[in-house]
Design a protein. Structure first.
Lengths: 314, 219
């Protein structure tokens, strides 16, 4: 009997492997994928190198990757120049990395200079997004100029621009398009369609919004109190968003997402202690708590001072 | 081959500190072929004793300017649970001729680089202009939680599994965002975004150094 079960299990496994393998047959041809990659590079003004390597990559089935990377993609590698990923299902350019530029700027240790204006940086990003072929509704670009190197260098000077993915005007909680430019040349270093969530399974979002914000806040505070968490603290942030429910309130793990369509919810970020805060996600239709997160601070209260003077301390 | 990782977490911050350190340890050992010592039990003196041995270092703990806590540090702890740049420099200075310098140091702690103070990186032997070696930390208070933990895990996965340079890995993690009230691309504190800083080589890789597996360099 046990033997039979094992054999059945093996057959089932084999069958699912066959189904999986059949599902991985690409929709695009190699030439179509290459053409998409070349069109994109041309649109953003970045050169390509001859003899690109092209591979069809089934879903890696790994966490920590964007939705597009959980689908079959074509990877086009222009040696020493760039890497482009094309979604096999949609033909959308879901990732681009300018390897040559990363290499170039890592050696540029001159002091940081003038960044291109923010409006120009955004214009460059919008042109690139248009060239990806992505059709999702997006929020306004949010731009941030920064320098990752200490001391700051020209090479590490960047514009980071992100746009939230939206559905009928409501943002997805986790999804965005992220783009990084070299701030002083305006060239694109990296572009990523970081879509992690499934679209909601609803036609009109308006019919799903039953719970008011005030009702959601009351429910969230009651939920926290019921768990012995101080619930009277300041509401740090709040808004409607499409969330993928997680199991945080049952197992404490905010990264355990429940697979399925995204759900409209009030995402409420409440201060719950001097150095802690909690997200509570309240289903905007049912009022149920469907997920959350806990945040804490990593600061020591009475920092012991270093006895070593810094060479670069200002 | 001499690739050794020291992977520490402070469990007074909760199990998630251990979870992140586990990811880091797995990435370093299985993908980047390091011999890794993962622990949640080392106090200041044990850490100082062990520091000369390693070439990669990760800790998830409390911190402040030029200082980070051991595995038991709380915000209220005194200097007996905090390692200063002086402490670290003294210990790292004990490396023998057969113990290569630190290749990568990741300090998942608040404000170790506050006020542009890079003395902690220098204590690990990592200074501006150095090649193939880098130290990543934060210049101001930062929070931990799903968003920031995922940011950290993304950096390590890209470094170890994908063979990215540190700057590529960081840019990828930023682009992934994972939301900051939905709209983020930086590691966030409670009410604003905080950008980490890197001292050393932006093009640093964890593969292929010190006799490591050179073929694992990413294209």
């Amino acid at each position: 009997m046990v033997y039979k079960s094992i054999r059945l299990f093996l057959y089932a496994g084999l069958l699912s492997c066959c189904v999986f393998a059949r599902a991985q047959k690409p929709r695009m041809t190699k030439d179509q994928a290459l053409q998409r990659a070349m069109d994109f590079c041309k649109a953003i003004g970045e050169p390509m190198t001859p003899s690109p390597e092209i591979e069809f990559s089934p879903p890696p089935n790994r966490r920590l990757l964007p939705e597009c990377a959980l689908q079959p993609v074509w990877r086009i590698f222009f040696p020493a120049r760039a890497e482009v990923e094309i979604s096999d299902r949609s033909g959308v350019v879901c990732a681009y990395r300018n390897l040559a530029l990363f290499d170039e700027i890592s050696k540029d240790n001159r002091p940081a200079g003038q960044a291109i204006p923010q409006a120009d940086a955004i214009k460059i990003v919008l042109t690139a997004l248009d060239a990806t072929g992505q059709t999702d509704e997006l929020g306004e670009p949010e731009a941030h100029e920064g320098n990752i190197a200490l001391p700051p260098t020209a090479g590490a000077h960047s514009w980071t621009i992100s746009c939230r993915r939206k559905f009928q005007g409501v943002p997805y909680h986790r999804d965005q398009i992220g783009v990084e430019l070299h701030a002083e040349s305006g060239r694109i270093k990296l572009l990523l369609l970081a879509y992690m969530q499934q679209a909601p399974n609803i036609v009109s979002l308006r019919t799903s919004l039953v719970v008011t914000k005030e009702q959601a806040i009351t429910a969230a505070r009651a939920h926290l109190s019921g768990r012995g968490i101080p619930a009277t603290g300041e509401l740090l942030r709040s808004g409607l968003a499409l969330v993928q429910p997680n199991t945080f309130w049952t197992d404490g793990r905010a990264g355990n997402f429940v697979l399925g369509p995204s759900i409209p919810a009030w995402t409420l970020f409440l201060k719950t202690g001097e150095n802690s805060a909690h997200y509570v996600w309240v289903d905007a239709k049912t009022g149920l708590i469907i997920g959350g997160e806990r945040w804490g601070a990593l600061l020591s209260a009475a920092p012991p001072k270093s006895k070593t003077p810094s060479k670069l301390r200002k | 081959m001499y690739n050794k990782g020291y992977d520490l977490a402070n469990l007074t911050l909760g199990q998630e500190a251990g979870d992140v350190a586990t990811t880091v340890g797995l990435e370093l050992s299985t993908q980047a072929k390091h011999t890794v010592l993962p622990t949640t039990q080392h106090d200041k003196s044990t850490i100082l004793t062990n520091l000369p041995i390693y070439t990669a270092f990760f800790i998830f703990t409390h911190g402040s300017q030029a200082t980070f806590g051991d595995c038991f540090a709380t915000p209220a702890s005194g200097a007996e649970h905090y390692l200063s740049a002086n402490d670290v420099g003294g210990a790292v200075g004990q490396k023998s001729a057969n113990q290569p310098p630190y290749n990568f140091v990741y300090l998942y702690a608040c404000a170790v680089f506050a006020n542009n103070d890079i003395s902690m990186a220098s204590s690990f032997g990592i200074n501006p202009g150095v090649v193939d070696r880098a130290c990543l930390g934060w210049p101001e208070p930062m929070a931990y939680g799903f968003v920031n933990n995922t940011w950290c895990e993304n950096v390590w996965t890209r470094l170890c599994t994908n063979g990215d340079t540190l700057d590529q890995a960081r840019a990828f993690a930023n682009a992934m965002g994972q939301s900051f009230g939905g709209a983020g691309c930086w590691v966030a504190y409670f009410d604003h975004k905080v950008q980490p800083v890197i001292v050393g080589d932006l093009a640093m890789k964890v593969h292929g150094v010190y006799g490591g597996i050179g073929t694992q360099w990413y294209k």
